[in-house]
Design a protein around this ligand. Structure first.
Ligand code: NAD
Ligand code: LMR
Length: 339
């Protein structure tokens, strides 16, 4: 059931830049759920990332085809497909970074929490395997509900004695991507120069974009800021409804996942000042996990940054989101301890 699709490593672009192939750091990246709607385009984007030397594509099925397909792309990494639980260990062994988009997506009318019953078990079993086969890997959790799946993974790692809070990330990059796109439209500025921090969590009102800290500043009126906030919070639902039963965001998520994974790899490589928003273990509020800007380094989180100055509207949003986020975190912890 396995397909080992290897492509000849091409170092020509590295040599052109004056590096010897020996000076380039090796990183194995594993994608769990690689045959899915996010997994496939994410596999493509990781295949074209020059920081990846080995790309391991795992799913319960379908990965031989995905691996054979992307392996024909003439970039550096060697691609291997793994299908079925008996190959999960091999898929994970030696991984520096594990990206998890495994699990069911929403249909119209569902909340992310409605995915908990199925996805909690998937995340728990994948995290158990990570603790066993690549306990030092950085983990990028995409599977929803992120507000609960990150605490689930943390509890699994704690029980296994492998937990390193610097290495577990809930991927909230898509919220930032959306906030930047929507803001640029309203502020009428080129989107490439825009930055908007998004803090809190990754569901509904727990998604808190900080437009007061957006750059470049556009001094948008309060009603526009409120509408932008709501659109960012409902961005996932906008896609779920437009897809009308055929899943949730996959392409924009693959893009966001690739941006975040690239930032983690840059951090591992010692590139200075790599900053991204992410849902991590945190003490910036009284909640044990919280999304905010973090500096990424050689061991994952180097520093969790404070929220910075908030507008009254954002301060109000922060207080409103805390009970929901707290309940989602506690639900994840309880699940892991009872199952
Ligand atoms: P999908 O159904 O298209 O793909 C999911 C894949 O996971 C499938 O290929 C399936 O076979 C695989 N899978 C299921 N159980 C598995 C297991 N035990 N081990 C390995 N693989 C397994 O779904 P999708 O659209 O790719 O979405 C995946 C998840 O990502 C969903 O939970 C969705 O809600 C979430 N998501 C998160 C964000 C975010 O911003 N964090 C954005 C979009 C989607
Ligand atoms: C998103 O924000 O697009 C994802 O969390 C998927 C969803 O269910 O909305």
């Amino acid at each position: 059931r396995s397909a080992v699709a290897r492509s000849a490593p091409s170092n020509s672009h590295l040599l052109r830049r004056g590096f010897s192939s020996e000076s380039v750091l090796e990183h194995k990246v594993a994608v769990l759920g690689a045959a899915g709607g996010i997994g496939q385009p994410l596999a493509l984007l990781m295949k074209i990332n020059p920081l990846v030397s080995k790309l391991s594509l795992y799913d319960i099925g379908g990965t031989p085809g995905v691996a054979a397909d992307v392996s024909h792309i003439n970039t550096r990494s060697e691609v291997t497909g793994y299908a079925g639980e008996d190959q999960l260990g091999q898929a994970l062994e030696g991984a520096d970074l594990v990206i998890i988009p495994a699990g069911v997506p929403r249909k119209p009318g569902m909340t992310r929490d409605d995915l908990f019953n199925i996805n909690a078990g998937i995340v728990k079993s994948l995290s158990t395997a990570i603790a066993k086969y690549c306990p030092n890997a950085i983990v990028n959790m995409i599977s929803n509900p992120v507000n609960s799946t990150v605490p689930i993974a943390a509890e699994v790692f704690k029980k296994a004695g492998t937990y390193d809070e610097r290495k577990l990330f809930g991927v909230t990059t898509l919220d930032v991507v959306r906030a930047m796109t929507f803001y640029a439209g309203k502020a009428n500025v080129p989107v490439t120069g825009v930055n908007v921090p998004v803090v809190g969590g990754h569901a509904g009102i727990t998604i808190l974009p900080l437009f007061s800290q957006a750059t470049p500043q556009a001094n948008l009126p309060e009603d526009v800021i409120k509408a932008l906030t709501k659109r960012t919070q409902d961005g996932g639902t906008e896609v779920v409804e437009a897809k009308a039963g055929k899943g949730s965001a996959t392409l924009s998520m693959a893009y966001a996942g690739a941006v975040f994974a690239d930032a983690c790899l840059k951090g591992l490589n010692g590139v200075p000042d790599v900053v991204q928003c992410s849902f991590v273990q945190s003490s910036v509020t009284e909640l044990p996990f919280f999304a905010s800007k973090v500096i990424l380094g050689k061991n994952g989180v180097e520093k969790v940054l404070d929220l910075g100055p908030l507008s009254d509207y954002e301060q109000e949003g922060l207080e409103k989101l805390k009970p929901e986020l707290k309940a989602s975190i506690e639900k994840g912890i309880k699940f892991t301890n009872e199952n």
